[in-house]
Ligand binder design. Structure first.
Ligand code: ADP
Ligand code: MG
Ligand code: ZN
Length: 486
C-alpha cells in the first residue's frame, strides 16, 4: 500500500476498555465472561422500573488510576448522563455514560515503535460508561434472543486527540495503551474477545493545509493489524475520491477484513440525536484529594519508567529495554533471570537480555505462548546463562541445552549431566585431541606453515568436532597456537 505523498493522514482513536472489576458499574452482578445467557442480571441492569443504580467504587478507582498513568487531570467532580437510543440489547432505552463532565481529561501517551520515532499523543478524555447486552442469532431460527449478562459491565472510553499521522502511529498508540492498561491491571486488553475495542477516525488533507479534512469513523476493527489496514485503505479511498473531484462525507464505515475494504454503515444524516441529559438517578460523582492519593499509591512502575531503569541499571539498548518492558510479566521474568545469573556467579544482564529476547521470545512468539506459561522458568534460564559465563558449556552447546530445557522443563545442570555436555577444560585431555588432529592433517600443517593462515580455523574445527563441541574454545586456540606457531 502506498499513500499519495501529497497528502497527510489525520487519525484519532476511540478505545473502549472493559474494566476488570468483579461486579458491574451500577449493580452487584458478576462480570465473569462465558456464563449461561441471562444468569448474571438483576432489576438494575435489566432496567426494571424503579430499580436504582449505585456506583461501583472499584471502577471509579480504575478510571482514576488510568488517568494518573497518562498524566491526565482527574476531575474531582464528574457527572453521568443518559445517552438515549433504542436497540434490543439495551433494555433501558438509554446508556449511562459521561458526557459534559468526564472523570479524566488532558492526558497523553508517548509512543515509539521500530518505524515510529518517539512522539507525544494527546488523550482528550477518559469517561466511564456501561456496556450493552448481546443479540444472539446463531442456532436460532425465526427469532433473535438477547443475552443481558454484559449489560452494565463497566467500560472506560479513552478518546485521543487527532494527533496521529500514519497507520503505524495508530498501531504504536494502541500497543502502548494496551500495555499500559495491562500494567495497571484495569483491563485485560484482549481485542479478539472484545474487552479492548477501537474505533478509528480518519481524514486526509494536503500537506501544509491547516484545516482538518472531513473524517469517517471506522468500526469493526478487532485487531491492531486490522486497525492499521483499515486506516490505510480508508485514507486511499478518501484521497482517490478527492483527486477525482469528489467530496468525503462524514459517516460511519465498517471494515470488512475478508474483502479488505470499508463500506458505508450510516451517514451523518441518520446520525443519532442522543438527547443527552444528566442521569437523574445518580448524584454527581465527587471525591477529594485523599482518594486520588490513595489510588496514586497503588500505581505500579509504569512502562516508560521501567524501560528507563532497565537501560540505566542493566546497560541495555533503548530497543532491548522496550522489548523487555512490553509487559509487566516479561519485565519480571527478565529481572528474575538477571538475579539468578548473579546468584550463581557474576551478574551478566546483557547476556541475560540476549537470551530472553532472542532464544526465549523467539520460540514463545512463534508458538503464540505467553511468557507466563514458558516451559523454561526464569530461574532455569538464569542458571543456563550462568553456565555459559562460568565456562561449563559454550554458547553453542547452550542452544542445544536450551532446546532440551524447553522440551522437558528440566534444569540446565540436569541436562548437561545427562547428555554429557560439560565443556572439557582439562588441558591434558584437549592436548591429546589436538595432537591427534595435527597428526592426521600433515598436509594442512605443511600448508599452514607455508603461510596459509586461514587454515587455523580448520584445525580448531577439527578439534571441536573430535570433542563433539565440548572442548573449551579458549584452550583449543591456545594449544594450537603453541604447537603450530611456537
Ligand atoms: P464524536 O463525538 O462524534 O465521536 P469527537 O469530537 O469526540 O466526535 O471525536 C471523536 C474522535 O475523532 C476523536 O478521537 C478525535 O480525535 C477524532 N477526530 C476529530 N476530528 C477529526 C478529523 N478531522 N480527522 C480525524 N480524526 C478526527
Ligand atoms: Mg465518538
Ligand atoms: Zn445487575
Amino acid at each position: 500500500m502506498s499513500i499519495d505523498p501529497d497528502y497527510e493522514l489525520v487519525i484519532g482513536l476511540e478505545v473502549h476498555a472493559q474494566m476488570r472489576t468483579n461486579s458491574k458499574l451500577f449493580c452487584g452482578c458478576s462480570t465473569a465472561f462465558g456464563a449461561e445467557p441471562n444468569t448474571q442480571i438483576c432489576p438494575v441492569c435489566s432496567a426494571q422500573p424503579g430499580a436504582l443504580p449505585v456506583i461501583n467504587g472499584a471502577a471509579v478507582d480504575m478510571a482514576i488510576k488510568t488517568g494518573l498513568a497518562i498524566d491526565g487531570t482527574i476531575n474531582k467532580m464528574s457527572e453521568f448522563s443518559r445517552k438515549n437510543y433504542f436497540y434490543p440489547d439495551l433494555p433501558a432505552g438509554y446508556q449511562i455514560s459521561q458526557f459534559e463532565y468526564p472523570i479524566v481529561e488532558h492526558g497523553h501517551l508517548m509512543i515509539e515503535d521500530k518505524e515510529v520515532p518517539e512522539k507525544r499523543i494527546g488523550v482528550t478524555r477518559i469517561h466511564m460508561e456501561v456496556d450493552a447486552g448481546k443479540n444472539l442469532h446463531e442456532g436460532i431460527v425465526g427469532a433473535s434472543h438477547v443475552d443481558l449478562n454484559r449489560t452494565g459491565v463497566p467500560l472506560m472510553e479513552i478518546v485521543s486527540e487527532p494527533d496521529m499521522r500514519s497507520a503505524a502511529e495508530a498501531g504504536a498508540y494502541l500497543k502502548k495503551l494496551r500495555a499500559l492498561v495491562r500494567y495497571l491491571e484495569v483491563c485485560d486488553g484482549n481485542m479478539e474477545e472484545g474487552s479492548f475495542r477501537c474505533d478509528a477516525n480518519v481524514s486526509v488533507r494536503k500537506h501544509g493545509v491547516k484545516e482538518f479534512g472531513t473524517r469517517c469513523e471506522l468500526k469493526n476493527l478487532n485487531s491492531i493489524r486490522n486497525v492499521m489496514r483499515a486506516i490505510e485503505f480508508e485514507a486511499e479511498r478518501q484521497i482517490d475520491l478527492i483527486e477525482e473531484g469528489g467530496k468525503v462525507i462524514q459517516e460511519t464505515r465498517l471494515w470488512d477484513a475478508n474483502k479488505s475494504e470499508t463500506r458505508s454503515m450510516r451517514g451523518k444524516e441518520e446520525a443519532h440525536d442522543y438527547r443527552y441529559f444528566p442521569e437523574p438517578d445518580l448524584p454527581r460523582l465527587t471525591f477529594g484529594d485523599e482518594r486520588i492519593d490513595r489510588v496514586r499509591s497503588t500505581l505500579p512502575e509504569l512502562p516508560d519508567a521501567k524501560r528507563a531503569r532497565f537501560e540505566a541499571e542493566f546497560n541495555l539498548s533503548h530497543y532491548d529495554a522496550a522489548v523487555l518492558t512490553a509487559s509487566r510479566e516479561l519485565g519480571d521474568y527478565y529481572e528474575t533471570v538477571v538475579a539468578a545469573v548473579a546468584k550463581a556467579g557474576k551478574p551478566e544482564p546483557k547476556i541475560a537480555a540476549n537470551w530472553v529476547t532472542t532464544e526465549l521470545l523467539g520460540v514463545i512468539n512463534k508458538e503464540g505462548r505467553e511468557i507466563t506459561d514458558s516451559p523454561v522458568s526464569a530461574e532455569n534460564l538464569g542458571l543456563l546463562v550462568a553456565r555459559i559465563v562460568d565456562n561449563t558449556i559454550s554458547g553453542k552447546i547452550a542452544k542445544e541445552v536450551f532446546a532440551a530445557m524447553y522440551e522437558s522443563g528440566d534444569s540446565p545442570d540436569a541436562i548437561i549431566e545427562a547428555k554429557g555436555l560439560k565443556q572439557v577444560t582439562d588441558e591434558g585431555a584437549i592436548e591429546a585431541e589436538v595432537d591427534k588432529v595435527l597428526a592426521a592433517s600433515a598436509q594442512q600443517v605443511e600448508q599452514y606453515k607455508n603461510g596459509q593462515n586461514k587454515l587455523f580455523g580448520f584445525f580448531v574445527g577439527q578439534v571441536m568436532k573430535a570433542t563433539r563441541g565440548k572442548a573449551n574454545p579458549g584452550v583449543v586456540n591456545k594449544l594450537l597456537k603453541a604447537k603450530l606457531d611456537g
